[in-house]
Design a protein around this ligand. Structure first.
Ligand SMILES: [Zn+2]
Length: 424
């Protein structure tokens, strides 16, 4: 057996945190003619590096197989996500004093859901997005977009004479991408090279502290390689010449951090300074992580058992509904839903269909469970007695949209972190 190595420090990984069985990539939606073919599954088992404390999923599949050209996730389909991006751009422009002379680069810019607000302000920008379908949509919106994976090699190309970002970036936005990068060292090193001396990068990621406290085991999937704390990010960033400047705690994805970093050299030279309030915010998060035992095996004990309890509660709920003749249907064909359904072994006998607004998913089938994805109108026509909302982080938005569309007043349930009915 080959030894698994930590993606940051290279130490041998031997401390298992949670095992969710073998699963196909969570975004590998199937067409009808693919249903009869074999499906490739990979171990969905998370490890803790006891040298640098990075919680991680070893890469079993190359990123190119996970983020296929028809990768079906488009950020713009979530309206709450777009308004999150709009608020972010307004705040970043103010924080860094960005204008027509500035350069904004977004890594994993998807369909331009965020850079559209940069473009609106006539600030030059560049999107970097490896998936063809999303990059194409962004270009149709007029957003310059490169279809590439980001790292040192691309950063040097962009910075070279005549490159698209030859003068360096004032702002690099890397929102919900760092966790999805197999080579986290190379990605962060690329950021250091792409930044102007006074430039800053903001990185958003689901906060490991919230993931563990909230039992968000369904946010573990193969595209999600690193599960980050502020302390671990600080350690990895320091190794490539980046330092923490500020942190904000966000409610997104069940609790995220937005961390601002600048080149360590810029802090030493006084080009960038860290205000006292920012120092206090950083210290408070680091203290909370320390208190929770994130830099010891303690905080991770019992995660497997809590996931099992959630799985059993979901199965009881679906079996009981079936016995009572109540039809429960799913809403939201999100990656986290696939982790949950496949871990719990739920198939179409217990959940006959899942609705989604994304036309790229409608008419296809969820990986492994083969549950059909239908439009919200089709789901409504199946007369559900209750809805199980799989993307629990946007459950309230989903419930509102369902009711606004006149589909009915059925009770809505979220499965995670504990199975519960939504209010109203
Ligand atoms: Zn390590």
């Amino acid at each position: 057996m080959t030894l698994l190595r930590c993606r940051h420090c290279g130490s041998t990984l031997h401390h298992e945190v949670i095992d969710l069985g073998h699963q196909p990539p969570s975004n590998a939606y199937l067409s009808a003619d693919q249903l009869g073919r074999p499906e490739i599954t990979y171990p969905l088992k998370v490890y803790l590096c006891t040298s640098c404390w990075l919680m991680q999923l070893p890469a079993h599949a190359a990123a190119e197989t996970l983020f296929t050209p028809d990768y079906a996730y488009f950020s713009s389909t979530s309206s709450s996500w777009c308004s999150h991006a709009e608020r972010y751009v307004a705040a970043a422009v103010q924080r860094l004093g960005l204008g027509a002379e500035s350069m904004v680069v977004e890594l994993a810019s998807n369909d331009g859901y965020l850079l559209q607000y940069v473009l609106e302000r006539q600030i030059p920008c560049l999107g970097i997005e490896p998936t063809q379908a999303a990059a194409q949509l962004a270009r149709e919106r007029g957003i310059p977009t490169l279809e590439r994976f980001f790292g040192v090699e691309l950063a040097d190309e962009l910075r070279s004479e005549g490159g698209a970002v030859a003068g360096g970036a004032d702002l690099i936005a890397a929102n919900n991408v760092l966790a999805h990068v197999p080579d986290i060292n190379d990605f962060l090193a690329g950021i250091t090279r792409l930044l102007k001396p006074g430039g800053q990068v903001s990185i958003e990621f689901p906060h490991l502290l919230r993931l563990l406290a909230g039992n968000h085991f369904d946010t573990i999937y193969h595209e999600h390689y690193s599960y980050l704390s502020l302390a671990v990010l600080q350690r990895i960033a320091a190794s490539v010449g980046l330092s923490l400047v500020d942190v904000e705690e966000l409610p997104t994805h069940g609790g995220s951090l937005r961390v601002w970093l600048a080149p360590t050299a810029a802090l030493a030279d006084g080009v960038v300074s860290v205000p006292t309030e920012a120092q206090q915010r950083l210290a408070a998060v680091l203290r909370a992580e320390q208190a929770a035992g994130l830099e010891s095996p303690l905080a991770y004990a019992g995660f497997q058992q809590r996931a099992e309890a959630a799985k059993h509660a979901l199965l009881c709920f679906l079996l009981q509904a079936r016995e009572q003749g109540r039809r429960v249907l799913g809403y939201g064909a999100a990656a986290k839903g696939n982790t949950l359904l496949n871990y719990a072994g739920v198939r179409s006998d217990l959940l006959a269909a899942v609705a989604d607004k994304a036309s790229s998913k409608i008419g296809r089938f969820l990986p492994a469970s083969h549950i059909p994805v239908v439009s919200p109108a089709e789901l409504a026509a199946m007369a559900p007695d209750a809805l199980l909302v799989l993307p629990w982080n946007i459950a309230a938005e989903v419930q509102q949209q369902w009711r606004d569309a006149g589909y009915g007043e059925q009770p809505c349930y979220r499965a995670i972190p504990v199975l519960e009915q939504l209010p109203g």
